[in-house]
Design a protein around this ligand. Sequence first.
Ligand code: PLP
Length: 234
Amino acid sequence: MTFEADINSRLAAVRERVERATDRAGRPRGSVRIVAVSKTFPAEYVRAAAAAGQVDFGENRVQEALQKIPATADQKIRWHLVGHLQSNKARKAAEAFAYIHSVDRRDLLSRLDAAAVEAGTSPRVLVQVDLAGEVTKHGAPVDAVRDLLDDARRCRAVRAVGLMALPPLTEDPEGARPFFRRLREIREQLVAGGVDPSLVAELSMGMSHDLEVAIDEGATIVRVGTAIFGSRSR
Ligand SMILES: *Cc1c(COP(=O)(O)O)cnc(C)c1O
């Protein structure tokens, strides 16, 4: 099979998994968006998925994305940054990405906003929440999320739209369930505490091996790499 045909059929399979999981959870069709994570794969793979109707694409490194974005500029694509963002790359990220899933500190948020104002962009951001304490390195501590969202409300160009989590990897997809559930509960508590629901509408959680569990726990965005593009060498 050509890689185009491969991507086509894998993408169809992922859409089916998402639909089935959405139905099973009793949630409306179309309430879960797939972000195709194309990291390590060439621009031709992005094109192939775009030709199959995929619109949202994710990258975890700014530098790598900045190669692929111009190479696919003729496609209708929304780019998402799903990986850690260093402050010194905030400017480039604010220019290039429609969504940034990894905002986890105030200085990063204000840099992004200043850069977006200057660039005339309006990136949507998600607050990455560290649910596992010492296990993961990135993400805001749970008790810092509220302050970040308050800051985000005062931003001029950046708009907070949700929360993101990257639980520690477990072989059994069910192992991630407590983390996914926790992220949903954090959202509920924030809203109960007076946070504008539109700031936390999206829950970005679930990847190739555990997207069903994430959808069952309320994911609105799943970030899917290997199940669409194949396994990565790095
Ligand atoms: C690579 C990556 C994914 C996709 O992982 P797969 O297991 O390949 O589906 C999702 N989220 C983030 C943050 C990633 O870096």
